[in-house]
Write a protein that binds this ligand. Sequence first.
Ligand code: NAP
Length: 283
Amino acid sequence: MEEIVLNDGVVIPSVGFGVFRVPSDGSTYRAVREALDAGYRHIDTAMVYYNEEEVGKALHDSGIPREEIFLTSKLWITHFGYERGKLGIERSLRKLGVDYIDLYLIHQPYGDVVGAWRALEEGKAAGRLRSIGVSNFTINLWNRYVTQFDTLPSVNQIECHPLSQQKKLRAFLAERGVAVECWGPLGQGNPELLNHELLLGLAKKYGKDVGQIILRFELGEGLIVLPKSVHSERIRSNLEVFDFDLTSEETEAIRAIDRGVPKRDPETSGIREYLLEKYPIED
Ligand SMILES: NC(=O)c1ccc[n+]([C@@H]2O[C@H](COP(=O)([O-])OP(=O)(O)OC[C@H]3O[C@@H](n4cnc5c(N)ncnc54)[C@H](OP(=O)(O)O)[C@@H]3O)[C@@H](O)[C@H]2O)c1
């Protein structure tokens, strides 16, 4: 497994297993156990995926030593602000059943982000969070909030895949030494991406599937990827991306299919209200 060293010295495996929209009805437990059996050592969950408990149980039951697994979770907007942030961190630790979380993120850039970040900084100083970062921060939102932080985030987890490569934002983050994590690295199953002629051709050439071509491209770009699947075959195949390389011409060709526009623009007005209504967390 390839690894990346974050700006705070923490080492993160470049492929993580995502569990967004995997229900807490035993499915998350099963998927995470399968992912760990397949060799993933990096799991990406969030308070608002409502499945931290099953993730934690799967890690525990796997018998794999805690320090061999890189675990990410995220503070939801219901728990922003300094005091609520501290409660949110404790809640994640409790639900996951762990003493520490490897990477903890500000999930969305809305509300009292600065207060929440202070809670994360304190969690890091106390050794409860090894590394802290943000998610869904555009350049504007970065300039609004991060300029008020004492500590530089180690990562920005953003929507990123060949149809939305976020080149400007990635260059901005690279200048600051901030790693990029791709959410939706497979375009969230978008058939336009998965049936793209260029990618289908490359899949045929390398005897791989389109998912593997996409992930290989993203890894080659220095990105951290978090593919999600609930299907055993794809859980395994999404990790089998280290035994081939794309040529520089092929990489350039994939760079050229970028449309420049993400599906979700974090600067759209009213998102906070929409998210609070759609994804409540009471306690
Ligand atoms: N920070 C944020 O705001 C944010 C937002 C979204 C996601 N995330 C994180 O990023 C992770 C990944 O994003 P995502 O789950 O939204 O989307 P994704 O990983 O890009 O795509 C997942 C979809 O693609 C399908 N799929 C998986 N492997 C495939 C393959 N090899 N070929 C074809 N289809 C494949 C999956 O179906 P099956 O399950 O049926 O295989 C699922 O429908 C999440 O799970 C979460 O951890 C973070």
